[in-house]
Design a protein around this ligand. Structure first.
Ligand SMILES: [Zn+2]
Length: 157
């Protein structure tokens, strides 16, 4: 069984989840166990891959927060038997390679953040994007508060 190890990964990954960016986890024998893009110690709404030990299968998953609902998307290639045929082995490696590069492409794109408080879409309920900036629902609420206070003060004059 051909081992899926770090040689399959682009080399700009961390092994510490708390560092923002690509994160990779390995089994003791060096086989890849998990790869994904982390920010603030957590996976955001991007794809991540999880591998069973000994090349026994892999699945990818992403959780997307859309307004107030959570949607999950999945894809998998499960061997679930120790001896894969050469075709299955090749298929498995292609599956992992495909998803690793997809995750890399996806993660290389800039994460949209609120221009005021720097939170990402997973940290707030809604992130509204303008042509060059973004604002989150929390900052909108805060601005509304300021504006209504000012209006109230002006009315007092
Ligand atoms: Zn904000």
């Amino acid at each position: 069984m051909k081992k899926i190890d770090k040689s399959l990964l682009p080399d700009d990954y961390n092994t510490n989840k708390d560092e923002d960016g690509f994160y990779a986890e390995f089994y003791e024998d060096g086989q890849l166990s998990h790869y994904g893009f982390y920010s603030d110690g957590e996976l955001d709404d991007r794809w991540a891959i999880y591998l069973e030990p000994d090349g026994n299968g892999a699945f990818v998953q992403r959780t997307v927060t859309v307004d107030f609902a959570v949607e999950e998307e999945k894809d998998s290639n499960n061997g679930h038997h120790p001896e894969l045929t050469p075709e299955e082995e090749e298929e498995y490696e292609e599956f992992v390679t495909h998803w690793v590069s997809r995750i890399h492409e996806d993660g290389s794109a800039i994460t949209p953040r609120c221009s005021f408080c720097e939170k990402t879409s997973v940290e707030v309920r809604k992130l509204i994007a303008g042509p060059t900036t973004c604002i989150c629902d929390e900052c909108v609420a805060f601005c509304q508060e300021i504006l209504s206070e000012e209006t109230a003060e002006n009315e007092d004059d």
